[in-house]
Design a protein around this ligand. Structure first.
Ligand SMILES: Nc1ncnc2c1ncn2[C@@H]1O[C@H](COP(=O)(O)OP(=O)(O)OP(=O)(O)O)[C@@H](O)[C@H]1O
Ligand SMILES: Cc1cn([C@H]2C[C@H](O)[C@@H](COP(=O)(O)O)O2)c(=O)[nH]c1=O
Length: 203
């Protein structure tokens, strides 16, 4: 029996936002209550921390502490209550992004991130993580066509290569939880893969 916590992950421009609402609707028409949320964010406090993270200069430890502070509030105020009432939580990014961006991209100490993960989450992990994987060069082209860049999106290809490697390490460590989505495919093929993967797992 699957439970209720699904996360979307991937480097900026991978295509997560293009599919997350469609998956929320797909789950709702199958009778599930769905909380669609995001990180950093999801509560008034966490959304204020998001703005600081995306636009204020800071070092990797500060970034790590702020994303986990936002996550703690998000978990306590929104995610845990939704899971407790039997809802499905669909979250655009979670702790894998911290290991990918702060651990891989910034080179921050993975052991410290693991300690923060334990304190903040107290054993809570997603039941399923869809990792939208693609070459950083392809993602960069998509970002350039989409919007003005925030401080993460302004990073270079080497940074996003390290972020991608950070995601790959998390996927290797948790193969039962991760599904690699080939995000380089055309949009329709990406959706078809998402739907197939969820159906095959009884969602
Ligand atoms: N499969 C695809 N092929 C080509 N372009 C795509 C595809 N999926 C999304 N795009 C386009 O790429 C851009 C980025 O997509 P989107 O915002 O969904 O990515 P994202 O992973 O949510 O990025 P971020 O994490 O930075 O929010 C958008 O302009 C979108 O229209
Ligand atoms: C959860 C989380 C996010 N980030 C970074 C990754 C993205 O560049 C931004 C969020 O922007 P999006 O449009 O919502 O994808 O924040 C991070 O560095 N660490 C994290 O834990």
């Amino acid at each position: 029996m699957n439970h209720g916590f699904i996360t979307f992950e991937g480097i900026d421009g991978a295509g997560k936002s293009s599919h997350i609402e469609a998956l929320a609707q797909w789950l709702r028409v199958r009778g599930r209550e769905v909380l669609l949320t995001r990180e950093p964010g999801g509560t008034a406090l966490a959304e204020r921390l998001r703005e600081l993270l995306l636009h204020e200069p800071m070092d990797a430890l500060t970034e790590s502490l702020l994303v986990f502070a936002a996550r703690r509030d998000h978990l306590r105020q929104r995610i845990e209550p939704a899971l407790a009432r039997g809802a499905t939580v669909l979250c655009d990014r979670f702790t894998d992004a911290t290991f990918a961006y702060q651990g891989g991209g910034r080179g921050f100490d993975l052991a410290v991130l693991g300690q923060l993960e334990g304190w903040v989450q107290q054993g809570r992990q997603p039941d399923l993580t869809l990792w939208f994987d693609l070459p950083p060069t392809v993602a960069a082209r998509r970002r350039a066509a989409a919007r003005a860049a925030d401080r993460f999106e302004s990073e270079d290809e080497i940074f996003f290569t390290r972020v991608r490697e950070g995601y790959a390490a998390r996927a290797t460590a948790a193969p039962e939880r991760f599904i690699r989505i080939d995000a380089e495919q055309p949009r329709e093929a990406v959706w078809a893969q998402i739907e197939r993967e969820l159906q095959e797992r009884g969602w």
